[in-house]
Ligand binder design. Structure first.
Ligand SMILES: Cc1cc2nc3c(=O)[nH]c(=O)nc-3n(C[C@H](O)[C@H](O)[C@H](O)COP(=O)(O)O)c2cc1C
Length: 179
């Protein structure tokens, strides 16, 4: 049987979200999937994929524009395949301690696109991150890399398990007898 094709698309400004997407892609490949990792702005057709994972970095309470536009541009096809969304944001360990719900705009997309799940991962602001806000955060000791590879990999394994389950053939025993 051919390996299932999975697209992992990401919207980033400074690269942290790309790193999360690469980790998801690597884990899915280790699990036997044909996983492709692409910047969201390059994604114009998802019809060749059995499942899609789309993530965006959070800035001022919104996904980056390229993640939003990717979701909008491909909405029709995304609605018809297994879809998972993620956000990369908090610059502290809160995403480790409890599930952080999606920001409003992303929650709306979860509904509209029928995504199976949304996950928020810790993000990163480091000396390499450009922009005055990032520089000020680092200067005041408020930066750091809060991406947790174990948590990211665990989620990717879970996606792989669900994709495998989706391909399992129908079994008579799965249905309760009527009456
Ligand atoms: C100017 C600025 C605004 C940010 N706004 C948010 C925010 O609203 N919510 C959040 O959780 N994280 C916020 N962050 C943290 C980023 O989401 C985090 O650094 C993310 O990992 C960046 O991803 P990227 O490197 O892929 O662009 C902000 C960071 C900066 C520098």
């Amino acid at each position: 049987m051919n390996a299932r094709r999975v697209l992992v698309a990401y919207g980033t400004k400074a690269g942290a979200t790309a790193g999360i997407a690469e980790e998801i892609g690597r884990t899915l490949r280790d699990d036997g999937f044909d996983a492709v990792v692409l910047p969201a702005h390059t994604v114009t057709d998802v019809s060749g994929y059995d499942g899609v994972v789309l993530g965006g970095a959070l800035y001022a309470g919104h996904w980056t524009g390229e993640a939003r536009r990717c979701a909008r541009r491909n909405a029709e096809q995304l609605r018809h395949r297994p879809l998972w969304l993620f956000s990369s944001g908090p610059i502290d360990s809160c995403a480790e301690q409890h599930e952080i719900p999606p920001v409003r705009g992303v929650a709306r997309r979860v509904q509209q696109l029928g995504a199976r799940e949304h996950r928020t991962f810790g993000g990163a602001v480091t000396a390499e991150t450009s922009g005055p806000v990032a520089r000020a955060m680092v200067r005041r000791g408020k930066g750091g890399d809060f991406r947790n590879p174990e948590r990211i990999r665990a989620w990717a394994h879970q996606i792989g398990t669900e994709l495998e389950r989706a391909r399992e053939p129908f079994r008579v025993g799965d249905v309760e007898p009527a009456g």
